[in-house]
Design a protein around this ligand. Structure first.
Ligand code: KG4
Ligand code: ZN
Length: 369
């Protein structure tokens, strides 16, 4: 199938993201203007299980993919025939979920004679920031240090010209968002745990419980969050909290979107202190390692992205740290999974004509760098 020649002025890319529990589609113009960004969340489906159930995720993606893509094109007022490329996440993520978006992208690209661009989900998160910075007229200067912290990843990358990535450190066990989700589940809060802990943390004392992190052997820039999770478990086991946890579990099941006042009413001060201390420990870990790797590579900017970058405490701490380079966070809507970041990451690939074949596989463990 012939591929159309690249236009030189306006480029429209349709991005499709389905790596985990969000079906998303977006049209982005010239890698910097989001014309539409539609995200169909499966939270209601997975919430009652306290985490993502892969089989249910694939089924939900299958249901959502056609209407979500249609809505993204309609909201952008860009017809299929005006597109220049179709980009889809090819990994990392849940294979059954990835396959839905990737296969749909392949069929659309094939039917329309459009180039297909495969995007790494983690690179997508980085481009959520690159896109907005470019749009606001203050492009991220390179080399930059990127901290990507989400439910599946906690990685530090050096980002060089042409979006060349070098992995500097990563988690050896749980991802930061996963630690939030597990701690929330343990205490009876709804899934995902990050947003609710973030909102409750300011009501507790962050210095009430002291968490210590083991010194990392080998690469000092690696993270480890499983010890923190175990320390929280021990703290809970040492107290008589079962009744409160049961009340919150019931509320989480009945009303996962209950107001913060309702959650505060069923969370005693001691538990609020624990949440505040847990959040303080996570933020400290993330920022300390990000700042020391940024220093090591003489970074000209720090990019913080991925679901955990939505954290208000992390944002406040990063700004209060007065780091000697600009710190970029995505706007809240682009912090968690979305497809605008996938379309944006595809833009430099389109310029370089880095296209994917129709035999491109969905890869659960796809690496970047
Ligand atoms: O990037 P994302 O949407 O999906 C993955 O690629 O994993 O990230 C989801 C993760 C979840 O673990 C969720 O608890 C966490 O991001 N998260 C947060 C916040 N909002 C979402 N963690 C801390 N604070 C938040 N405000
Ligand atoms: Zn993500």
């Amino acid at each position: 199938m012939p591929i159309r020649a690249l236009p030189c002025s306006i480029v429209f890319i349709l991005g499709i993201e389905s790596s985990c529990d969000e079906t998303a589609a977006s049209v982005v113009e010239n890698g910097e203007t989001v014309l539409s960004s539609v995200v169909a969340s499966q939270m209601a489906t997975h919430g009652k299980y306290g985490g993502v159930v892969p089989e249910l995720a694939s089924r939900e993606h299958l249901r959502a993919i056609v209407p979500v893509v249609r809505e993204a094109l309609e909201r952008a007022a860009v017809p299929l025939r005006a597109l220049d490329a179709i980009a889809a996440t090819s990994g990392p993520g849940l294979v059954g979920s990835l396959l839905v978006g990737l296969t749909y992208a392949k069929s659309l690209a094939f039917a329309r004679g459009l180039p297909l661009i495969a995007v790494n989900h983690i690179e997508g998160h980085i481009h959520a920031v690159v896109l907005e910075a470019r749009h606001s007229g203050t492009p991220v200067e390179l080399p930059a240090l990127a901290l990507v912290a989400s439910g599946g990843h906690t990685h530090l990358f050096r980002v060089d010209e042409n979006f060349d990535y070098t992995l500097l450190g990563k988690t050896r066990d749980d991802a930061a968002g996963e630690a939030y989700d597990k701690v929330a589940k343990l205490l009876g809060f709804p899934y995902p745990g990050g947003p609710i802990i973030d909102r409750l943390a300011p009501h507790g004392n962050p210095r009430a419980v002291r968490f210590t992190f083991a010194k990392m052997k080998g690469n000092a820039l690696d993270f480890s969050f499983s010890g923190l999770k175990t320390a929280v478990l021990r703290w809970v086991e040492a107290r008589d909290l079962a009744a409160g946890i049961a009340v919150r579990r019931a509320l989480a099941r009945a009303e996962p979107d209950a107001s913060i006042e309702r959650w505060l009413a069923v969370t005693p001060p001691e538990t609020l202190d624990l949440l505040a201390s847990f959040q303080h420990a996570v933020i400290n870990e993330l920022l300390t390692r990000a700042a020391s790797s940024a220093e090591q590579i003489h970074a000209r900017a720090l990019i913080v992205s991925g679901g955990v970058s939505a954290n208000a405490g992390l944002r406040a701490a990063a700004h209060a740290a007065h780091l000697p380079y600009p710190v970029y966070f995505p706007s809240p809507g682009l912090s968690t999974d979305n497809a605008a970041m996938i379309a944006a990451a595809a833009f430099p690939k389109l310029l370089r004509k880095e296209f994917a074949g129709f035999d491109t596989a969905a890869e659960a463990n796809l690496t970047l760098a």
